[in-house]
Design a protein around this ligand. Structure first.
Ligand code: GRF
Length: 209
Protein backbone atom coordinates (compact mmCIF):
# COMPACT_ATOMS: atom_id res chain seq x y z
CA UNK A 1 0.00 0.00 0.00
CA UNK A 2 1.05 3.56 -0.67
CA UNK A 3 2.71 5.40 2.22
CA UNK A 4 0.20 7.37 4.30
CA UNK A 5 0.18 11.02 3.29
CA UNK A 6 -1.88 12.52 6.06
CA UNK A 7 -3.90 15.72 5.96
CA UNK A 8 -4.65 17.00 9.46
CA UNK A 9 -7.86 18.95 10.02
CA UNK A 10 -7.80 20.76 13.36
CA UNK A 11 -9.58 23.67 15.01
CA UNK A 12 -7.58 24.03 18.22
CA UNK A 13 -4.26 23.82 19.97
CA UNK A 14 -3.15 20.76 17.99
CA UNK A 15 -1.59 18.56 20.67
CA UNK A 16 -2.88 15.39 18.98
CA UNK A 17 -1.40 16.49 15.67
CA UNK A 18 1.89 17.25 17.43
CA UNK A 19 1.93 13.81 19.09
CA UNK A 20 1.47 12.10 15.71
CA UNK A 21 4.14 14.30 14.15
CA UNK A 22 6.60 13.51 16.95
CA UNK A 23 5.94 9.79 16.55
CA UNK A 24 6.62 10.05 12.82
CA UNK A 25 9.88 11.89 13.53
CA UNK A 26 10.89 9.21 16.03
CA UNK A 27 10.28 6.46 13.46
CA UNK A 28 7.27 5.03 15.31
CA UNK A 29 4.94 5.58 12.38
CA UNK A 30 5.76 5.28 8.71
CA UNK A 31 3.79 8.22 7.34
CA UNK A 32 4.10 11.83 6.35
CA UNK A 33 1.98 14.83 7.27
CA UNK A 34 1.49 16.65 4.01
CA UNK A 35 -0.82 19.47 5.13
CA UNK A 36 -2.65 20.99 8.09
CA UNK A 37 -5.96 22.70 7.48
CA UNK A 38 -7.94 24.69 10.00
CA UNK A 39 -11.22 26.58 10.08
CA UNK A 40 -9.76 28.76 12.87
CA UNK A 41 -7.16 31.33 11.94
CA UNK A 42 -5.53 31.32 15.36
CA UNK A 43 -5.41 27.53 15.75
CA UNK A 44 -2.28 26.32 17.51
CA UNK A 45 -2.22 23.46 15.01
CA UNK A 46 -1.43 25.92 12.17
CA UNK A 47 1.38 27.39 14.22
CA UNK A 48 2.90 23.95 14.87
CA UNK A 49 2.65 23.14 11.15
CA UNK A 50 4.47 26.35 10.18
CA UNK A 51 7.21 25.71 12.75
CA UNK A 52 7.72 22.32 11.12
CA UNK A 53 7.63 23.54 7.50
CA UNK A 54 4.37 21.72 6.85
CA UNK A 55 1.94 23.52 4.51
CA UNK A 56 -0.69 25.21 6.68
CA UNK A 57 -4.03 26.52 5.40
CA UNK A 58 -6.74 28.50 7.10
CA UNK A 59 -10.09 28.08 5.34
CA UNK A 60 -12.59 30.67 6.42
CA UNK A 61 -16.24 29.68 6.77
CA UNK A 62 -17.04 33.40 6.87
CA UNK A 63 -15.56 33.86 3.41
CA UNK A 64 -17.08 30.61 2.15
CA UNK A 65 -20.48 30.51 3.87
CA UNK A 66 -21.92 27.91 1.47
CA UNK A 67 -20.98 24.48 2.80
CA UNK A 68 -20.34 23.22 -0.74
CA UNK A 69 -17.84 26.04 -1.47
CA UNK A 70 -16.10 25.41 1.82
CA UNK A 71 -15.86 21.68 1.05
CA UNK A 72 -14.62 22.38 -2.50
CA UNK A 73 -11.77 24.47 -1.10
CA UNK A 74 -10.81 21.74 1.37
CA UNK A 75 -10.93 19.16 -1.44
CA UNK A 76 -8.77 21.39 -3.63
CA UNK A 77 -6.11 21.60 -0.89
CA UNK A 78 -6.26 17.84 -0.32
CA UNK A 79 -5.72 17.27 -4.04
CA UNK A 80 -2.92 19.83 -4.34
CA UNK A 81 -1.02 18.29 -1.44
CA UNK A 82 -1.64 14.67 -2.58
CA UNK A 83 -3.21 13.65 0.71
CA UNK A 84 -4.37 10.02 0.74
CA UNK A 85 -5.54 9.96 4.37
CA UNK A 86 -7.24 12.45 6.72
CA UNK A 87 -7.21 12.78 10.49
CA UNK A 88 -9.58 15.00 12.40
CA UNK A 89 -7.55 16.11 15.38
CA UNK A 90 -9.88 18.35 17.33
CA UNK A 91 -11.75 19.52 14.22
CA UNK A 92 -15.04 21.07 15.22
CA UNK A 93 -16.76 21.45 11.85
CA UNK A 94 -18.73 18.77 10.06
CA UNK A 95 -16.71 17.35 7.20
CA UNK A 96 -18.38 17.46 3.76
CA UNK A 97 -20.19 14.40 2.37
CA UNK A 98 -18.16 14.45 -0.84
CA UNK A 99 -14.91 14.30 1.13
CA UNK A 100 -16.27 11.43 3.24
CA UNK A 101 -17.19 9.57 0.04
CA UNK A 102 -13.87 10.20 -1.70
CA UNK A 103 -11.83 9.19 1.37
CA UNK A 104 -14.07 6.32 2.45
CA UNK A 105 -12.44 4.35 5.28
CA UNK A 106 -9.47 6.74 5.11
CA UNK A 107 -10.63 9.36 7.63
CA UNK A 108 -10.13 9.00 11.38
CA UNK A 109 -11.46 11.10 14.22
CA UNK A 110 -10.38 11.03 17.85
CA UNK A 111 -13.02 11.43 20.54
CA UNK A 112 -12.23 11.87 24.25
CA UNK A 113 -14.75 9.30 25.58
CA UNK A 114 -15.92 5.77 24.93
CA UNK A 115 -18.39 6.02 22.03
CA UNK A 116 -21.28 5.59 21.52
CA UNK A 117 -21.60 7.24 24.96
CA UNK A 118 -20.98 10.96 25.27
CA UNK A 119 -20.72 11.66 21.56
CA UNK A 120 -22.63 13.55 18.90
CA UNK A 121 -23.20 17.19 18.06
CA UNK A 122 -22.09 19.57 20.79
CA UNK A 123 -20.14 16.86 22.61
CA UNK A 124 -16.62 18.14 22.43
CA UNK A 125 -13.90 19.39 24.77
CA UNK A 126 -14.94 20.01 28.35
CA UNK A 127 -18.62 19.22 27.59
CA UNK A 128 -17.66 15.56 27.19
CA UNK A 129 -15.75 15.31 30.46
CA UNK A 130 -18.44 17.26 32.36
CA UNK A 131 -21.09 14.86 31.09
CA UNK A 132 -19.00 11.82 32.05
CA UNK A 133 -18.52 13.16 35.59
CA UNK A 134 -22.16 14.24 35.95
CA UNK A 135 -23.26 10.74 35.02
CA UNK A 136 -20.96 9.30 37.66
CA UNK A 137 -19.03 7.04 35.27
CA UNK A 138 -16.17 5.09 36.82
CA UNK A 139 -14.31 4.90 33.51
CA UNK A 140 -13.99 7.10 30.50
CA UNK A 141 -11.57 6.74 27.64
CA UNK A 142 -10.62 7.42 24.06
CA UNK A 143 -12.17 6.33 20.79
CA UNK A 144 -10.44 6.55 17.44
CA UNK A 145 -13.04 5.86 14.80
CA UNK A 146 -13.69 6.02 11.08
CA UNK A 147 -15.60 9.08 9.96
CA UNK A 148 -18.93 8.75 8.23
CA UNK A 149 -21.49 11.40 7.37
CA UNK A 150 -22.65 12.00 10.96
CA UNK A 151 -20.96 13.10 14.17
CA UNK A 152 -19.10 10.35 16.06
CA UNK A 153 -20.94 7.38 14.53
CA UNK A 154 -18.29 5.69 12.35
CA UNK A 155 -16.81 2.29 13.23
CA UNK A 156 -14.36 2.30 16.14
CA UNK A 157 -10.78 1.35 15.30
CA UNK A 158 -9.24 1.56 18.78
CA UNK A 159 -10.84 2.26 22.13
CA UNK A 160 -8.93 2.61 25.36
CA UNK A 161 -10.26 2.98 28.92
CA UNK A 162 -9.11 5.69 31.28
CA UNK A 163 -10.13 5.51 34.97
CA UNK A 164 -12.23 8.24 36.55
CA UNK A 165 -11.14 9.29 40.04
CA UNK A 166 -13.46 10.55 42.80
CA UNK A 167 -11.44 13.74 42.97
CA UNK A 168 -11.65 14.43 39.21
CA UNK A 169 -12.72 17.74 37.75
CA UNK A 170 -13.39 18.04 34.00
CA UNK A 171 -9.86 19.45 33.70
CA UNK A 172 -8.04 16.63 35.51
CA UNK A 173 -10.04 13.98 33.65
CA UNK A 174 -9.38 15.74 30.32
CA UNK A 175 -5.65 15.75 31.05
CA UNK A 176 -5.60 12.01 31.85
CA UNK A 177 -7.63 11.20 28.72
CA UNK A 178 -5.45 13.46 26.55
CA UNK A 179 -2.32 11.57 27.61
CA UNK A 180 -3.91 8.40 26.27
CA UNK A 181 -5.14 10.17 23.11
CA UNK A 182 -1.56 11.03 22.28
CA UNK A 183 -0.67 7.32 22.17
CA UNK A 184 -3.81 5.89 20.62
CA UNK A 185 -4.03 8.06 17.50
CA UNK A 186 -0.62 6.85 16.35
CA UNK A 187 -1.50 3.24 17.18
CA UNK A 188 -4.60 3.48 15.02
CA UNK A 189 -2.67 5.09 12.17
CA UNK A 190 -0.05 2.38 12.40
CA UNK A 191 -2.72 -0.26 11.69
CA UNK A 192 -3.44 1.52 8.41
CA UNK A 193 0.21 2.23 7.57
CA UNK A 194 1.04 -1.45 8.09
CA UNK A 195 -2.00 -2.61 6.17
CA UNK A 196 -3.37 -4.57 9.11
CA UNK A 197 -6.94 -3.33 8.83
CA UNK A 198 -9.77 -5.16 7.12
CA UNK A 199 -13.07 -3.35 6.89
CA UNK A 200 -15.99 -5.48 5.87
CA UNK A 201 -19.29 -3.61 5.98
CA UNK A 202 -20.07 -3.14 9.66
CA UNK A 203 -17.00 -4.96 10.99
CA UNK A 204 -13.39 -4.00 11.46
CA UNK A 205 -10.70 -6.64 11.86
CA UNK A 206 -7.19 -5.73 12.92
CA UNK A 207 -4.35 -8.20 12.44
CA UNK A 208 -1.71 -8.38 15.17
CA UNK A 209 1.74 -7.11 14.25
C1 GRF B 1 -9.02 16.30 21.98
O1 GRF B 1 -9.50 16.04 23.26
C2 GRF B 1 -9.75 15.45 20.97
O2 GRF B 1 -10.15 14.21 21.46
C3 GRF B 1 -10.96 16.26 20.65
O3 GRF B 1 -10.52 17.59 20.69
C4 GRF B 1 -9.36 17.70 21.50
C5 GRF B 1 -8.29 18.30 20.65
O4 GRF B 1 -7.13 18.59 21.35
N1 GRF B 1 -11.58 15.82 19.42
P1 GRF B 1 -5.84 19.04 20.57
O5 GRF B 1 -6.20 20.25 19.73
O6 GRF B 1 -5.38 17.89 19.72
O7 GRF B 1 -4.86 19.39 21.62
Amino acid sequence: MEKLKIAVLASGRGSNFKAVLDNIKQGKLNAEICVVISNKKSAGALEIARENQIPAFFVSAKQLPEQSDFDDRIMEILDETNANFIILAGYLKMIGKEIVRKYKNRILNIHPALLPSFGGKGMYGHFVHEAVLNYGCRVSGVTVHLVDEKYDTGLPIIQRCVPVKDSDTPETLAARVLKEEHKVFTEALRCFAENRIEIDGKKVKIRER
